[in-house]
Design a protein around this ligand. Structure first.
Ligand code: SER
Length: 614
């Protein structure tokens, strides 16, 4: 069965059970300053899991969500970890619960994918004293009634059978939602247990005999300010299953890199390098890393990100440089030759679900080759730097690794040539320290703005809509949003425009926004059909695919009392499809001031602006 069929079967299965198939969110979230990438299907649905009505009016949703998780980057290279993946998802927004979800998923696995029930194991939440969340007897009973033998139903605690975006309950920031979950595992009977991982094998053992293929999360709790969990007003189901893994289970081969999602890339790598994928562990690992990083980089670049030293751009840079390094190890040293070939293979695999990838091959190849030549220069600079150093040690090795992307092997090889030796342990320790720091930083980013609906951010969000419209009026209709990022201090808005803005233009934009603020325009929220919204001129963000029913925020019209006493109103100043939230009226904003205007890329300008108290 091809992965295209698996995806189609899954969506059809849930559509037949009254689910609305919703378009996935973009991988790169333009409007969300708190997370760099979409990392799960539930992420864009949080307001609805919290109880807000979904614009479609539906309580059952399904989709296939492109996701990126960087936490596993060091593990990529084994047969099952990837950074980018596609997550098949279905949701109950306070509608059905365990009694429907668990049988449905089992039915999908056995009847639609034809998996043998005897190879399936499940895990269930064993309960947690600290939070008082009880053992999940209900799921246990359901699995048993479905014919899963008791010995294949394994109980685990919060570390394995609790899901929230930040992990177990103690790690959840205030406001975050989550709950106990029940996972399904596929057993690859031909993979022998490796006692290196645990004495006896079990579904969560890392030896590779078991592969998790789906996770039903019962989102029914929210973290409160006193650090306990409160029950949400509704009980939700959040199911996610990795398409790559489902494909591996369906083909009864534990190596996801041999599914049709990766095989064309691997085959092309074999042709280009003259090596065989399975010839030795280093080649296998290298090809997996190149295949994974290539796919991930492409998906990020497709969403308009360019390599840089910050946020999403940094991730793209890191992935593409690792990709280049591992290609060198496979004796592929001319990126301008091999990259376009590899890119074509990825595009072919996804031309049906990511049509926006088609036609971008050229542009993406160029991004990669520019990055490759910058990287070549960096490597050269790194080598020069090494020459200047009197002595190499673990700390320096880590610095070279982090700043120049020199892999450990390369550094220790250079040391060997110089007749020196570096302690690998020191290097690892330094890396650990750094990873702990970046984990903290990432969590801070997450915590800091998890649901940053603070008043400052909300005000700047409304100001962003005013700015967008003002730019279109002062410059022209081509001044289109390319990106937006808001912190509590300032807004940042990227838009397409060929030239630097003149001081006069900037002043006119600023004045126009301040005039709207002074008019005390009312901000209204309506839910409309996408086609109606677009027909009435509501701005849509071109990169995003929207569902059929959308929220539209309108600013204005101003209601003016005429001398006759009659109210007169015009069209709204701004109208955008947007998830909100926004302030109620523009007078709350204070004074709008542009603090910077600069270029971010060819034809893309950036404005930073603040709101000042008056
Ligand atoms: N949110 C859960 C996960 O990401 C299930 O969709 O695993």
């Amino acid at each position: 069965m091809t992965s295209k069929e698996i995806r189609r079967k899954y969506l059809t299965f849930f559509k037949e059970r009254d689910h609305l198939v919703i378009p996935p969110s973009p991988l790169v979230l333009a409007e969300d300053p708190t997370t760099l990438f979409t990392s799960s299907g539930m992420q864009p649905l949080v307001p609805y899991l919290l109880g807000e009505a979904h614009p479609s009016g539906k309580k059952r949703l399904t989709d296939s969500q492109p996701s990126l998780r960087l936490g596993d980057i060091e593990e990529v290279g084994d047969n099952r970890h990837t950074t980018f993946f596609e997550m098949l998802g279905n949701w109950s927004l306070g509608d059905y619960f365990k009694a429907e979800q668990l049988p449905w998923f089992l039915e999908f696995l056995t009847k639609e994918l034809g998996l043998v029930k005897e190879k399936l194991w499940v895990s269930v939440f064993k309960g947690d004293k600290t939070t008082g969340v009880p053992r999940d007897e209900e799921s246990f009973t359901i699995w048993k009634s479905l014919g899963i033998p008791e010995e294949k139903i394994v109980f685990y605690g919060v570390k394995k059978n609790w899901w929230s975006r930040s992990g177990e309950p103690t790690l959840m920031p205030v406001g975050e939602i989550g709950g106990p979950d029940s996972e399904v595992f596929y057993e690859f009977a031909d993979v022998p247990h490796d006692p290196k991982f645990s004495e006896t094998c079990h579904p969560n053992c890392d030896c590779g005999r078991f592969l998790e293929i789906g996770n039903s999360v019962f989102i029914q709790y929210q973290k409160t300010t006193d650090n306990s969990l409160k029950e949400l007003s509704q009980k939700n189901v959040d199911f996610g299953g990795g398409l790559e893994r489902l494909a591996a289970a369906t083909s009864d081969n534990p190596d996801i890199f041999q599914t049709d999602l990766f095989l064309p890339i691997i085959k092309r790598l074999e042709n280009l390098s003259g090596r065989n994928y399975l010839q030795d562990p280093e080649t296998t690992r290298g090809m997996r890393i190149v295949a994974d990083h290539l796919r991930a980089s492409l998906m990020i670049a497709k969403d308009g990100v360019l390599p840089s030293n910050k946020t999403q751009g940094y991730v793209l840079r890191r992935l593409s440089r690792r990709l280049l390094l591992f290609s060198r190890n496979l004796s592929l040293s001319s990126p301008e030759v091999f990259l376009p070939d590899l890119i074509k293979e990825v595009v072919k695999t996804y031309d049906d679900i990511f049509p926006d990838l088609v036609g971008k091959e050229r542009a993406i190849s160029e991004i990669f080759s520019e990055e490759a030549s910058r990287f070549a220069k960096t490597l050269e600079a790194g080598l020069k730097e090494i020459e200047k150093l009197e002595k190499l040690d673990g700390k320096i090795a880590f610095y070279l690794y982090e700043s120049f992307g020199f892999p450990w092997d390369m550094i220790s090889e250079i040391a060997r040539e110089r007749g020196e030796e570096i302690n690998f342990q020191d290097f690892e320790e330094e890396k650990e320290k750094h990873q702990a720091l970046s984990r903290e930083a990432a969590q801070g980013l997450f915590k800091g703005g998890l649901v940053d609906q603070s008043y400052e951010v909300t005000k700047l969000h409304t100001a962003t809509h005013l700015l967008h419209q003002a730019l279109r009026q002062v410059l022209n209709e081509q001044a289109r949003q390319e990106g937006s990022n808001i912190t509590a201090e300032r807004l940042r808005f990227d838009f397409s425009h060929p030239a630097k803005l003149t001081p006069e233009e900037l002043k006119r934009v600023e004045d126009l926004v301040n005039e709207q603020i002074a008019k005390n325009l009312i901000v209204t929220e309506t839910v409309q059909n996408l086609s109606t919204a677009l027909a009435s001129g509501a701005r849509a963000f071109f990169r995003e695919k929207y569902p059929e029913r959308v929220k539209v925020y309108s600013i204005g019209p101003a209601t003016l009392r005429q001398s006759s006493g009659q109210a007169r109103s015009g069209p709204p100043f701004s109208q955008e499809i947007c998830g909100g939230p926004h302030v109620a009226s523009t007078k709350e904003l204070g004074r709008f001031r542009i603090i910077k205007e600069e270029a971010v890329a060819q034809g893309v300008r950036r404005i930073k602006a603040v709101l000042e108290k008056v």
